[in-house]
Design a protein around this ligand. Structure first.
Ligand code: ATP
Ligand code: MG
Length: 458
């Protein structure tokens, strides 16, 4: 409603001249005082009504315009009837203007959505940074790479990348020289990664304030292949040399001095079979390790019932247990994050195999699965804990940190004699890293060893 003061002032402007004319007619006696007074009252009422219509039309028009400006073009015309003819024209023009504004706003919205969709669907990780180098947006590939859950990243693994001195230097150069700059970055934690980064400055800031674009290329797999090739040749040749030398030696003997010796041939062939099996186990382990390392930076995608996997592995090892008792405690339906069932089975197999081979003959091996909400030396997030404990001789403290190195054996002679290649725990470590879990090894010499694998759960 118009305010009384404004209504009075507008009515006064409209009615002032007719009232003055009436007053002059009254004064000069042109009209009788009764008629004159009635005419004055009629003029005042008409002026008041006109003023009210004007003001009310204008007020509603203003409200509709404000609404149109605020919601990006949407315009409804809540005018009153009857309308003043001029106001009806203005209303029509405004409705048209608002419609064109709205369609333009929709067009801009569609263009921005299309841009965002292209960036989002790019196969390479892309991150948008603000002027002060804070991350504003990360596309799908970047979120997958850094384990982010929203397109608006903060902290996490991404912080480590943004703090990297080589990247800071590239960003400085990109901003001062106003051109794309490249940097090669090695991130040691939480997963070792080699990234190649292109920093591209934007002359015009983007709609969300973005000034720099980071285009990342993951070179981890390529570097891992290069490193692995070198390691493989060095370690495998070293490890294969002694069984191969023994097989060659026996072949020589069988061809020469023991040619006719039936009994020796049987014995030598048995040794040769063992040595060949050892070489085969070594090659299988090396291949499996290299496959795991290649996929280490890609998070797993499958799912499985951990309890069923554990029971299956225990059942498969039962024939090798001999006098050792194998015990399992595993509740069904443990919810975990995505996992690779084949690799988790391999973790269980390697740990159980170690407990049986390096534990006490005739002892007890206990495998348990449990849901945990955190605990000593464990992450504070919910997880699932696989524990494999034995009551064997245990592992001297100084060896524990090195157990997961390739080919590392506490007692190389004894481990080799039991068929060990020293790759089992290296495989376990890499699988656990790929699952973003943790491997904890605890042992007191003489009191057995306990291997715990923590995996993230929902
Ligand atoms: N439960 C255990 N008790 C005592 N020592 C262990 C136990 N598990 C592992 N170890 C020690 O850690 C070393 C490394 O284990 P790892 O599984 O990597 O190799 P391996 O068992 O010797 O060979 P592989 O598993 O490749 O056949 C073993 O050689 C052994 O000395
Ligand atoms: Mg082993």
């Amino acid at each position: 409603m118009p305010t009384p003061g404004r209504l009075l002032r507008t009515a006064a402007v409209i009615g002032a001249v007719p009232l003055l004319v009436q007053a002059i007619f009254l004064w000069t006696g042109e009209v009788g005082w009764r008629i004159g007074l009635l005419a004055c009252l009629a003029v005042a009422a008409m002026s008041g009504a006109l003023a009210w219509f004007w003001l009310e039309n204008l007020r509603r028009m203003t409200t509709a315009l404000h609404a149109a400006a605020d919601d990006g073009g949407g315009f409804s015309a809540p005018f009153i009837t009857p309308r003043l003819p001029a106001v009806a024209d203005v209303e029509e023009a405004l409705t048209r203007l608002a419609r064109s504004l709205q369609s333009r706003a929709e067009l801009v919205g569609r263009l921005r959505a299309a841009d965002a969709a292209i960036v989002e669907a790019l196969p390479d990780p892309l991150i948008v940074l603000s002027d002060d180098r804070a991350p504003l947006r990360a596309n799908g590939a970047a979120r997958a790479m850094f384990g982010l859950t929203t397109p608006y990243p903060a902290g996490g693994d991404l912080a480590a990348l943004l703090r990297h001195p080589a990247l800071s230097a590239a960003l400085d150069r990109a901003l001062t020289e106003r051109g794309p700059q490249a940097a090669d970055i090695h991130l040691p934690v939480p997963i070792e990664r080699d990234l190649s980064v292109q920093a591209i400055p934007m002359d015009q800031p983007m709609a969300d304030g973005g000034r720099l674009i980071l285009l990342l290329t993951d070179r981890t797999a390529m570097r891992a292949v290069e490193r692995m090739r070198a390691d493989f040749v060095a370690n495998a040749s070293h490890e294969l040399r002694s069984p191969l030398a023994s097989v060659i030696g026996f072949i020589e003997t069988l061809r020469g001095p023991a040619f006719d010796d039936e009994e020796a041939r049987e014995r030598f062939l048995a040794i040769m079979a063992t040595q060949s099996a050892r070489m085969q186990a070594l090659i299988d382990d090396l291949l499996s390790l290299s496959r795991i390392e290649l996929s280490e930076h890609q998070p797993p995608t499958g799912s499985a019932d951990l309890a069923a996997l554990l029971r299956a592995e225990v059942a498969a090892l039962e024939p090798l247990a001999g006098a050792t008792t194998l015990l399992v405690e595993a509740p069904a339906a443990l919810p975990t994050k995505a996992l690779d069932a084949t690799q988790i089975s391999q973790v269980m197999r390697n740990l159980l195999d170690n407990a049986l081979r390096h534990g006490r003959a005739g002892g007890e091996v206990r495998a348990t699965l449990a849901r945990v909400e955190g605990g000593a030396r464990l992450p504070s997030r919910p997880g699932v804990l696989l524990t494999v404990a034995d009551d064997g001789p245990g592992i001297p403290r100084e060896h524990i940190p090195r157990l997961t190195e390739r080919f590392y054996r506490v007692d190389a002679g004894r481990a080799r004699a039991t068929g060990g290649t020293g790759l089992g725990l290296a495989i376990v470590k890499h699988i656990v890293i790929r699952h973003r879990g943790q491997l904890l090894i605890e042992s007191e010499p003489g009191q057995g060893a306990q291997f715990r694998v923590w995996l993230p759960a929902d």
